[in-house]
Ligand binder design. Structure first.
Ligand code: SF4
Length: 371
C-alpha cells in the first residue's frame, strides 16, 4: 500500500473514532423506540437483532422469501426463520415477493452480479417491504445483518448508499455488525442507539460474527452455507435461456421448473425438462400444466418429462418434437441404445394420449440440446 493511501486510511479511521465518541455523548432514553429488522434466520441478522435489543429497543422482524431464496440474502437460505424469531422473542412478518420479483429480475435497474443475481434491486425490494412495516408499527429505523464488503455486489459502501437512496431510507438503516465503520445513522446521531456498543466487522471472514455469537451464548451458530439460486452459474444459465425465449412474462411455475430436472432447449418455442429421480418425477407431474406434453416410458423404468411451449405450439413441428423428446426421455431410462421402446405421451388440453415406439438418443445427441 502506498504511503498516501496508508495516510488516508489512518485519517479515515481517526475521523470515524472522533465521530464515534461525539455520537455516543448524545445517547438518550429510548424506552419507546421501535426498529424493524430484516431477518434471514442466518447468523448475521440475528446478531444484529440481539445487539439492538440489548440496548433496550423493541424490534419486530420482516422475513422476505423470493422464488429463488428462502429468506433474505443467501446466507439465510434454509434456516428456520420462524424458530429464530421465536428464540429472539420478536414478532415476525413474512413477505413473499413473487411476480413483481420476476418482473424486476428480467430487467434489473442495477444489473446482475456474477450470475443472474440482481442484488442491488433485490435488496431495494426488501428494504421497501421493511419500510412498509416500519410505517405500520411506527418504527424509527431499520436493522440489517449486512456486513461491509462481505458480498461484492450489494455490500460495498457505494451499493449500500444506492439502495438507501432509491428506497428513501438514507440514514435510517443501521447495520449493527459494521456500524462503526460507516457514517453514523439517524438513530445513532439522535442518541437512540449507543454507537460504542456496535460492531466494526468487515469482509468475508466470519471470525467477528463467531466471537459475537459466543458472547451472546449462541450454541451451534448456523454456518454461512447455502445461498441464493441466482448466484449459481448453472441455474443462471437456465434463467437466461427462459428469458431469452419466453414470449410473455415467465410464470412462477416456469421458475419452479427451473429448479428441478435436466433441461433441454428443443427449439425457440419449446423446452424439455426430464426428471432425475422419483421425487423430481412426482414434482414434474404436479407442476405440469394443461398445455404441457407429459412423457414417460411405459415398460422400462424411466423418468417423467415435460415438453413445454412458450407460445402457441406450431402443430406442423409436433411430430419431430415429440420424437426428439421421447428419444431424450429414453436416454435417461433403463434402455439399450440399439433397441426401441414405448413412450406414453399425454396432453390434457388436446386430449391426447398416444404411444410412440422409438430408439433412445446417444449421449452425444442429447448433449446438443442441453441448456
Ligand atoms: S439476489 Fe442477491 S441480495 Fe437477493 S437474495 Fe440473491 S444473493 Fe441475496
Amino acid at each position: 500500500m502506498s504511503k498516501i493511501s496508508q495516510d488516508s486510511l489512518k485519517n479515515d479511521e481517526q475521523k470515524i473514532n472522533e465521530v464515534n465518541s461525539v455520537v455516543d455523548s448524545n445517547t438518550q432514553e429510548n424506552s419507546k423506540v421501535k426498529a424493524v429488522a430484516l431477518l434471514s434466520g442466518g447468523l448475521d441478522s440475528q446478531l444484529a437483532v440481539r445487539m439492538i435489543k440489548e440496548q433496550g429497543i423493541e424490534v419486530e422482524a420482516v422475513a422476505i422469501k423470493t422464488p429463488f431464496c428462502d429468506f433474505d440474502c443467501g446466507k439465510g437460505c434454509g434456516h428456520k426463520v420462524l424458530e429464530v424469531a421465536t428464540e429472539l422473542d420478536i414478532k415476525l412478518k413474512t413477505v413473499f415477493l413473487g411476480k413483481d420479483y420476476l418482473k424486476m429480475l428480467k430487467n434489473p435497474k442495477y444489473g446482475y452480479g456474477s450470475g443472474m443475481n440482481p442484488c442491488i434491486d433485490c435488496r431495494m425490494m426488501m428494504y421497501d417491504e421493511a419500510k412498509k412495516h416500519m410505517k405500520k408499527i411506527g418504527a424509527t429505523f431499520l436493522i440489517t445483518g449486512e456486513v461491509l464488503h462481505q458480498r461484492p455486489m450489494s455490500q460495498n459502501s457505494n451499493a449500500l448508499s444506492i439502495i438507501e437512496k432509491n428506497t428513501e431510507m438514507e440514514g435510517k438503516v443501521l447495520r449493527p455488525l459494521s456500524a462503526k465503520l460507516m457514517p453514523p445513522t439517524e438513530p445513532e446521531a439522535r442518541g437512540l442507539v449507543k454507537r460504542s456498543l456496535l460492531g466494526s466487522i468487515r469482509g468475508r471472514s466470519r471470525r467477528g460474527q463467531l466471537e459475537l455469537a459466543n458472547n451472546f451464548g449462541i450454541e451451534d451458530p448456523p454456518n454461512s452455507a447455502g445461498g441464493c439460486l441466482l448466484t449459481d452459474p448453472e441455474f443462471s444459465k437456465r434463467v437466461r435461456d427462459l428469458f431469452r425465449y419466453s414470449i410473455t412474462e415467465p410464470s412462477l411455475n416456469d421458475m419452479e421448473l427451473l429448479k428441478i430436472g435436466r433441461h433441454f432447449r428443443m427449439n425457440s418455442e419449446s423446452k424439455l425438462i426430464v426428471g432425475r429421480n422419483h421425487g423430481e418425477n412426482e414434482m414434474l407431474k404436479s407442476l405440469g400444466e394443461e398445455l404441457d406434453y407429459i412423457l414417460q416410458p411405459t415398460i422400462v423404468p424411466g423418468p417423467v418429462s415435460i415438453l413445454r411451449f412458450h407460445d402457441k405450439p406450431d402443430l406442423r413441428k409436433h411430430k419431430l418434437l415429440l420424437e426428439c423428446s421421447s428419444k431424450i426421455t429414453l436416454r435417461y431410462s433403463d434402455t439399450l441404445e440399439d433397441r426401441s421402446y414405448e413412450v406414453s405421451i399425454t396432453n390434457q388440453k388436446r386430449k391426447l394420449n398416444r404411444r410412440l415406439y422409438i430408439r433412445p438418443f446417444t449421449k452425444n445427441d442429447v448433449e446438443s440440446f442441453r441448456i
